[in-house]
Design a protein around this ligand. Structure first.
Ligand code: ZN
Length: 198
């Protein structure tokens, strides 16, 4: 039996579709929003719509941004000859929080997974190969150490080797099966510093 009115139920349903939000949290959030001043609710819905409408992929590194180039690709302070390859923009956030990496990134938006039917053409690999035609000294492969991440790393090595560009893989510290976004900064930093040349 529906015990909330239609509008409240709909809000709860929509909120519960968000990752990590269960039915209980969705209810709590819904009642928080309903009890907030109208302007607060409007600010929230505006922020959601604006982000969704304006977000696009950086034309260089494919991360999510709101202009043609993301702030990192635009920055003259970064070393554009070193490219770290990541599975998703959240991993980029993790490396940026270390504050110690001054190269640039390439976001694949996924990893190769024959089991899930995700092949090389389903991730942003072509875009990476195009970038490698420019002046690049090193590609750091920082995909997760899951089966998919390792499969992707192997594929990347195969593709990049013929270009003669130095390839390295982040090392020790990243636990097997560990997601980069959940690893603390010190461990990430050690993994980056201890990367192995392939
Ligand atoms: Zn970018």
């Amino acid at each position: 039996m529906e015990y909330f009115s239609k509008d409240i139920s709909r809000l709860i349903t929509e909120l519960s579709r968000l990752p990590g939000v269960g039915q209980k949290s969705a209810q709590r959030l819904a009642f928080h929003i309903i009890n907030a001043p109208l302007e607060k609710a409007e600010a929230l819905s505006d922020a959601i719509l604006n982000a969704r409408r304006n977000v696009r992929y950086c034309s260089c590194c494919c991360t999510i941004t709101d202009s043609d180039l993301c702030p990192i690709c635009k920055s003259p302070e970064r070393n554009h000859r070193v490219i770290m390859v990541l599975e998703n923009p959240r991993d980029m956030g993790a490396y940026e929080r270390t504050g110690k990496y001054d190269g640039v990134y390439h976001v694949l938006h996924g990893a190769i997974s024959p089991m899930l039917g995700i092949g090389p053409d389903d991730i942003r690999l072509k875009e990476l190969m195009v970038r490698l035609q420019g002046d690049v000294d090193e590609v750091i492969i920082a995909t997760n150490s899951s089966l998919e991440g390792e499969t992707t790393a192997t594929y990347l090595v195969k593709m990049i080797k013929p270009t003669g560009i130095k390839i390295s893989r982040i090392a020790s510290g990243v636990p097997v099966g560990g997601d980069i976004e959940n690893i603390d900064e010190i461990t990430l930093l050690r993994a980056l510093e201890g990367r192995v040349v392939l």
